[in-house]
Design a protein. Structure first.
Lengths: 168, 328
């Protein structure tokens, strides 16, 4: 089987039962993506597949062979952290840090969705071309990522600070 | 998780060719099936990946919409025609699951997702007629707050978890099916089955038959449609009760209406009784409440879910009021 993880081609045969999350953590030693609930309820395992946020715990690795997978390890550039990673530090967007890689991948995926004009449950106008990154929009769109420390205020602040002006 | 083999279908014909043996299942986004396999509720011996089948969303010659079964939930909700002509469908999808799950889940898989009844999920410790026919049901006398109030049976009181299907039921959607011998279509309202004595039979699908597409027919007032979902938290929770509605009002009178309920039955519940009660009646709160009462007269609540009867009545009334006021 052939995978594309964080820009690198990986040749590895795994049992069809292997989830994308287990492929990342147990076979490729990429421990950033976390196993919280392992049943699609917490979002700690969120990664990007062709730029879209997905839950790697509910994804069978075999299904993702031709997709470009990006995990938290693949976000930073040569110059260091991704701006959103830095903002999480600056805004106290975490305490224990367990949900953080999922939160960050999820927020990046969310910004792609907002850029495409995907509405949310709280969007007033379904046909609106521009979506505001309001407090309500952000919390609804990030509701698939739980933080049991309750660092939500810092998470919202970090995302807002990083992307203010990106969506109106 | 039990071992299984995996094959990826190139197209529908390919999927129908390789599904073959008993014990094989089609795999879409996997958001429900993979979870159920991990819990050993589902034990397929072979998975046929159908995500490479049609994902296209195209207008039909009569002005409707044909949605390929492999289209992702997000793709449907963000499609401009869905957002403008069938807002109830966009709203229902956006009220379901989380963004990550909507990016993975397919339309076909959404139709075929299974109940989230905790006794159904508990393969080790609970009795369930759906999981193990004839075993008995621990939900009927158990914690059944989330369970059905309409159309249930002494064998099963589970609900269908989908939001999308409630909107599809209200929109008179048509399911396109295909097996090795032929293609056929079925109204969505006839696709899911009530439990009766065989809760393990959930749909009208024949063995190996494949959902290939969902068709939305054009109708005059689909733009005037809403979806309201009541749940235990503001986001990312299954419905206690949900209502999908579209209504046409002419000179203060209900000319035509489509109404469906979620969270109350083993299938998306099209409220035909309420619709019949409302047609030709004044578009007033009194009529709405009376129609809701007529629909809910058949409700048979369990120990912990009697609140759903009044809740459904109120949500129906409020939603129809909202549609009336939006018209003004």
């Amino acid at each position: 089987m052939q995978f594309n993880i964080n820009g690198k081609r990986v040749d590895l045969d795994v049992d069809p039962r292997t989830s994308l999350l287990d492929l990342l953590r147990d076979h490729l030693r990429l421990h950033g993506s976390k196993k919280g609930c392992n049943q699609g309820a917490c979002g700690a395992c969120t990664v990007l597949a062709d730029g879209e946020r997905i839950l790697s715990c509910l994804a069978l690795a075999v299904q993702y062979q031709e997709r470009e997978i990006v995990t938290v390890e693949g976000l930073g550039g040569k110059s260091g952290l991704h701006p959103l990673q830095q903002a999480f530090i600056d805004c106290d967007g975490f305490q224990c840090g367990y949900c953080t890689p999922g939160q960050i991948c999820s927020a990046i995926g969310m910004m792609h969705e907002i850029g495409r004009g995907v509405p949310s449950h709280v969007s007033q106008d379904l046909a609106a071309k521009e979506i505001s990154l309001s407090h309500d929009e952000l919390r609804e769109r990030m509701s698939g990522n739980l933080c049991r420390c309750g660092a939500y205020n810092g998470i919202v602040e970090a995302i807002t600070e990083t992307y203010a002006g990106a969506a109106k | 998780m039990n071992p299984f083999s995996y094959e990826r279908a190139r197209d529908a014909a390919d999927a129908l060719r390789i599904i073959g043996a008993e014990g094989a299942k089609y795999l879409g986004g996997g958001t429900n099936l993979v979870d159920l396999m991990r819990e050993t509720v589902e034990k397929p011996t072979k998975l046929v990946d159908v995500t490479a089948l049609s994902q296209s969303i195209t207008e039909t010659p009569d002005g409707g919409l044909l949605i390929g079964a492999a289209a992702r939930n997000t793709a449907v909700a963000e499609h401009l025609i869905v957002r403008t002509r069938y807002p109830v469908l966009a709203r229902a999808i956006l009220a379901g699951a989380s963004a990550q799950i909507r990016n993975m889940a397919t339309v076909g898989g959404n139709l075929l997702q299974r109940t989230r009844c905790t006794y159904f999920y508990d393969d080790d410790g609970s009795r369930c007629n759906k999981r193990q026919p004839g075993q008995g049901c621990d939900a009927i006398e158990g914690f059944n707050r989330m369970h059905a109030i309409l159309g249930a049976s002494p064998a099963c009181v589970a609900t269908h978890p989908s939001d999308m299907c409630v909107a599809l039921a209200a929109l008179d959607a048509i399911v396109h099916l295909r097996d090795r011998d032929r293609e056929r279509t079925l109204p969505l309202t006839e696709f899911h089955q009530l439990p009766g004595e065989h809760p393990e039979v959930e749909t009208s699908l024949r063995p190996g038959e494949l959902v290939t597409a969902i068709e939305l027919r054009p109708f005059r007032f689909s733009r005037r449609s809403v979806y309201r979902k009541v749940r235990d938290r503001a986001s990312y929770a299954f419905a206690l009760v949900s209502v999908a509605a579209a209504m046409e009002i002419d000179d203060g009178t209900v000319k035509d209406i489509r109404l469906a309920l979620g969270g109350v039955a083993a299938k998306p519940w099209r409220a035909f009784t309420a619709e019949a009660a409302l047609k030709g009646k004044p578009a007033t709160e009194e009529s709405f409440r009376a129609a809701a009462d007529a629909e809910l007269a058949a409700a048979r609540p369990l120990r912990h879910n009697a609140f759903k009867v009044e809740l459904a009545t109120r949500v129906i009334t409020a939603v129809l009021k909202e549609l009336t006021e939006a018209k003004a």
